[in-house]
Design a protein around this ligand. Structure first.
Ligand SMILES: Cc1ncc(COP(=O)(O)O)c(C=O)c1O
Length: 456
């Protein structure tokens, strides 16, 4: 056996033994997973690579309890939707009150205007808002809007980005291509091949080469869509590059969209663009906007949003959806945003302080122990990576899916901490300083477990 095969075998053995141990307290979850495997084509968390599925029964604050009665401190926070924590009373109150009045009408309801007014408070450019049901729908409509306004067809997307699950968002930048000459690949089967060649321009994130590419493609580029903070390497260091990006787009008649589905109402009430003091042409939101119920939105100046077709206009961009703006989801959003806006001076600095403390303590430990591991964060967006090398863009990421990484998440689960594995982890207002201390100690313990198996 060569060294690499030996390391792989011992990694697999360490993971198998940790899974055997943790599964003894998860018999209810294991049974439900078996049933789900028969009934469901795929489960909702199919994008999350859990070695050990856990089925949650109840959730409150920063804690979740599974069907076997185990309680965990949660870092999933509904994939970022819960800034106030799980089952937040301010949101629950609005949902309950609305549920007694009815939860879906189809016909006009005043809750949409209430939530729109709260979105308008987020940024001066948010003159108007259109609601849909997810971040995916929001980017889909935003791409269509940009094509209609500019009369051009292509959308510029950056390497390492995620903009949702519709066809046009799934032409991705090939991570193997050179940043100066980025290529595209389709993420999965069933996407028309022309989406890659006719509808997309690949751009390198945080790299000045993107500016020339935008200039070169300006005749066909309708829109550049950018995450001001990326999911897998969250950092708040790209202000100058983003500012130049907006400028280059303006000079070349290309619209610039900020995808703030993760960052909106989480990094700051006005999202990353408030933090950076930048103004893109328009913005998409999701996640935190709905306080845990499905809401997406496109927001921006009337000069952009007026291109959506209304019932009285024949021309324009089609926008539709049975559940768009439904009063129950709007009520949850109102509960969330009202509270976040009223408490913005306290919630956002506190989220940053708690998250920085968590990440700094973990990094100090890993560095003292000479472990190839680092935590990175932009406020309450947190990622763990099993590498020492600095990460400034997605292209710097290595070693994803290693046995060390997989064992780490199982070891955390054993200690009562749920992290959505490869996905971003999130802190919320409901995580107390004591919870943060518990998380720090849990991560240290899990890292020591990985070391005990000689994987780090
Ligand atoms: C930056 C970004 N944009 C868009 C989306 C799609 O949002 P949704 O999952 O609500 O469709 C996501 C989802 O994680 C996201 O992270």
């Amino acid at each position: 056996m060569n060294m690499q095969t030996g390391a792989k075998a011992s990694g697999a053995a360490a993971l198998a033994s940790a899974l055997t141990e943790v599964r003894t307290s998860l018999s209810g979850s294991i049974e439900r997973n078996r049933q789900a495997g028969e009934a469901l084509a795929l489960e909702v968390v199919q994008t999350v690579d859990f070695d050990c599925p856990v089925y949650i029964e109840t959730a409150d604050g920063c804690r979740m309890t599974d069907v076997d009665g185990n309680t965990y401190v949660d870092l999933t926070m509904g994939f970022g939707a819960h800034v106030l924590g799980l089952n937040a009373p301010e949101i629950r109150k609005e949902i309950q009150a609305q549920a007694t009045r009815g939860w879906h009408f189809g016909i006009h309801n005043t809750r949409q205007t209430e939530l729109a007014d709260l979105v308008r408070l987020a940024r001066p450019g948010n003159e108007q808002v259109a609601f849909c049901n997810s971040g995916t729908e929001a980017t889909m409509y935003a791409f269509r809007l940009a094509r209609a306004i500019t009369g051009k067809q292509k959308i510029g997307v950056f390497d390492g980005s995620y903009h949702g699950a519709h066809d046009y968002a799934l032409a991705k930048v090939d991570p193997k291509s050179a940043p100066t000459k980025p290529g595209t690949v389709l993420d999965g089967a069933g996407i028309p091949p022309w989406v890659r060649t006719e509808a997309t321009v690949a751009l390198p994130y945080a790299h000045d080469a993107c500016f020339d590419l935008i200039r070169r493609h300006s005749d066909e580029l309708a829109l550049v869509c950018v995450q001001p903070v990326q999911n897998n390497n969250p950092s708040v260091t790209q202000r100058d590059w983003l500012g130049e990006l907006i400028e280059v787009c303006r000079q070349n008649d290309v619209l610039c969209l900020f995808d703030e589905v993760v960052t909106g109402f989480r990094l700051a009430y006005g999202g990353a663009q408030e933090l950076f003091d930048l103004e893109p042409d328009f913005t998409v939101y999701g996640k935190a906007l709905g306080g845990g119920l499905p809401v997406g939105a496109i927001a921006g100046p009337a000069r952009i949003l007026r291109h959506f077709k209304s019932a009285s206009t024949e021309k324009g961009v089609f926008f539709g959806g049975t559940f768009n703006g439904n009063p129950l989801a709007m009520a949850a959003g109102v509960g969330a945003l009202q509270t976040l806006h009223a408490r913005r001076d306290d919630i956002y600095p506190s989220l940053v302080a708690k998250s920085d403390r968590l990440v700094d303590a973990i990094n100090a430990f890993a560095s003292n122990q000479h472990m190839d591991f680092q935590a990175i964060n932009a406020g309450s967006l947190i990622c763990f990576h099993f590498q020492k090398e600095a990460i400034s863009t997605y292209r710097d990421l290595q070693h994803k899916g290693s046995f060390a990484e997989r064992l780490f998440y199982v070891a955390l689960l054993k200690r009562g901490v749920i992290v959505p594995a490869i996905h971003l982890a999130f802190l919320s207002d409901a995580h107390s300083e004591e919870d943060v201390t518990f998380l720090i100690e849990s991560v240290k313990g899990a890292l020591l477990d990985v070391r005990a198996s000689n994987l780090i």
